[in-house]
Design a protein around this ligand. Structure first.
Ligand SMILES: [Mg+2]
Length: 324
């Protein structure tokens, strides 16, 4: 059965049956003109993100479940970079071609819901439109921070602050290259590309301990660290041999004939957090989250990357930029 056989209302009805429970602070759930929420006393984080076929996903190697999962995960990653939240709510707008199989849409929706369930996010509404030019998923999330919590910005970094990275870098980029060449979806790097994990807990730790700045890695480590540099009016020094690379990424890079450091610095879509903090705080964040120190914020502007012998390293790309 295809979308055009059922129509918008049929699909909305189908999706409503997939939407899980109503949270205690949801007064009116999905299915009315708008959701009604009872806000907490802490700051609200509000973000939107869109995934477009041919730009953010390619159905020849990205399965529908991943498209849905990632649409929400990339949004939640932005909330993580602001200091995380204990609970969040999402609304989604889907644009699909009318010959889309209903089963595919269902799988996409299941991807959104799985990501929500794993990360304390409830889907409270949605819209569906036909989109003759290609599929898209636009999703907005509202995150409720605890009372007294501080949103973590890109602006607060100071010279001498250490630069930390959660998890590992480069896996998602290498995983995507691998999938593109027909690699299997169970490869750990492929999974990092398909089902990224937003670092909500790590973001909350960083905000609670008063880190000075944070951003999530969507467009590539260098590019995203560059935003902290610009917003904070500083430069940065990064050490190649401190970059967190997984064993799987190193192996895959070797098999694909790719430079794993370039993948880590510029690959993008890692959805890890880059956090800056004074050394005492940085140490504590590393202890609690497993993050690693990769460099230091310095006076000036621009990012210098040094190899293990102290020589300047220049990757041939610094990351992804839309509209360029
Ligand atoms: Mg972001």
């Amino acid at each position: 059965m295809r979308v055009k056989d059922v129509g918008e209302f049929g699909i909305i009805d189908l999706f409503r049956r997939l939407v899980p429970l109503v949270g205690t602070d949801v007064l009116v759930e999905s299915g009315d003109d708008a959701a009604a929420l009872e806000p907490g006393r802490g700051p609200l984080l509000f973000a939107v993100d869109a995934l477009v076929e041919g730009v953010h996903f390619d159905l020849s190697y990205d399965p529908w479940e991943s498209v849905g999962f990632k649409a929400l995960a990339s949004n939640l990653s932005d909330l993580a970079a602001m200091g995380g939240c204990s609970r969040s709510y999402a609304v989604v707008a889907l644009g699909v071609r009318e010959d889309t199989e209903l089963e595919d849409l269902k799988v996409l929706q299941e991807g959104v819901l799985r990501c929500g369930n794993e990360n304390g996010c409830v889907l409270v509404g949605g819209d569906l439109v036909t989109s003759p030019g290609g599929h898209f998923v636009a999703l907005a999330v509202l995150g409720m921070m605890d009372e007294g919590a501080h949103p973590l910005t890109r602006r607060g970094s100071r010279a001498g602050d250490l630069i930390l990275v959660t998890g590992t870098l480069g896996d998602a980029y290498l995983g995507r290259l691998y999938l593109k060449k027909g690699g299997d979806r169970d490869n750990p790097c492929a999974r990092r590309h398909l089902f990224p994990q937003p670092r909500l807990r790590e973001g909350a730790v960083a905000s609670e301990l008063r880190a000075s700045a944070a951003i999530d890695v969507s467009d590539g480590f260098l590019r995203d660290l560059g935003h902290i540099c610009e917003e904070s009016g500083l430069g940065a020094e990064v050490f190649l041999d401190r970059l967190p690379l997984s064993r799987e990424a190193l192996e895959l890079a070797e098999n694909l004939g790719e430079d794993p450091y370039r993948a880590a610095l510029a690959g993008g879509e890692d959805y890890e957090l880059v956090v800056t903090a004074p050394s005492g705080v940085a140490e504590e964040i590393c202890r609690l989250t497993g993050a690693q120190v990769v460099g230091e914020m310095v006076r000036g502007s621009g990012i210098q990357v040094y190899d293990e012998k102290g020589r300047l390293y220049r990757p041939d790309s610094t990351g992804y930029e839309h509209l360029r």
